[in-house]
Write a protein that binds this ligand. Structure first.
Ligand SMILES: [Zn+2]
Length: 298
């Protein structure tokens, strides 16, 4: 697809679904001003990128995540290592939304990164539920969103801040939030009545072998899953959870990308990194919790 075709395809998608959006500056409704920009009713203007995404973050600063990081993520995410997780996640979502061919399903991936997971979810739900899926991916990172848009012109990709998200109230049937920070207040505002939030957090053994190899320790030091679950349940009291854990053999050609994409390796001793990259194979544990709950508007 040429850049021109990309932008036209985005303008077409936006024309159909512009009612999902609101201005991130003033909160007013948005319109497609022309093939090149979205505009709110008080005149704030947001350009459509020629790569097929829309930039909806006023005063964006360059992020700490660069192009190489998202290239690494795209390679790893596209190599099947997360399939075990995604199959469970997709099953959880599909169980709650039956086939209803007349009604499209709107899905927001909050913190979509380079977009692989949302694109897989869109394809999966469309074939399983026989419904159109309006897929919207939002992330703070421009290089992430740009990579996503190049890979899948059928979804609406936007650079956006979840704290001031550019979407109207009650716009989404499903919000996914995969290994990315949450804003529960916003998620509740954005979910339609009966809509579902599905969040993925790392379990205690996630990438255990990598941690062990690089630092000689196994335990994760960041927020434990119990605390995250408790916070989730404060906002979604009917929360359910499922742990997904599996081991997989990492292709040695993927070791470098895996190292690049996980923050846990960014401060690792150089000698250990060199030793790791010389391994001919490496077994790794993938361990996650899927938390989900529905939102009902009283
Ligand atoms: Zn505005």
């Amino acid at each position: 697809m040429s850049k021109k075709e990309h932008m036209l395809s985005l303008a077409g998608l936006l024309a159909r679904h512009v009612s999902l959006f609101r201005c991130p500056v003033c909160g007013m409704a948005m319109n497609l001003a022309n093939e090149r920009s979205l505009s709110c009713t008080s005149g704030h203007l947001f350009d459509l990128s020629r790569d097929g995404y829309v930039h909806l973050m006023p005063n964006a600063k360059p992020g700490k995540y660069d192009k190489e990081l998202f290239a690494a993520r795209k390679l790893i995410n596209g190599s099947g290592y997360f399939n075990g997780l995604l199959e469970e996640l997709f099953a959880v979502i599909a169980e709650h939304f039956g086939p209803e061919p007349a009604a499209p399903l709107s899905v927001l991936d909050a913190g979509c990164g380079e977009g692989s997971h949302l694109s897989a979810l869109q394809a999966h739900l469309e074939s399983r539920l026989h419904r159109d899926v309006i897929a919207v991916g939002a992330d703070l990172s421009k290089p992430g969103v740009r990579t996503a848009a190049k890979g899948n012109p059928r979804a609406l990709w936007c650079v956006a801040d979840l704290a001031r998200s550019p979407f109207q109230d009650e716009s989404f049937d499903v919000i996914t939030n995969i290994l990315s920070p949450s804003n529960y207040g916003e998620f509740r505002r954005l979910l339609a009545n009966g809509g579902m939030l599905a969040k993925v957090v790392p379990g205690p053994e996630y990438l255990r072998e990598l941690r062990q190899f690089l630092y000689g320790r196994q335990a994760r030091r960041d927020k434990d899953p119990e605390r995250t679950a408790a916070l989730f349940a404060e906002h979604f009291p009917d929360m359910e959870e499922r742990r997904v854990r599996y081991e997989t053999l990492l292709d040695p050609r993927h070791l470098e990308a895996m190292l690049r994409m996980t923050p846990l390796s960014w401060h690792a001793p150089e000698e250990q990194v060199r030793r790791l990259l010389a391994q001919s194979s490496f077994r790794m544990t993938f361990d996650f919790y899927i938390l989900w709950g529905k939102h009902f508007i009283k």
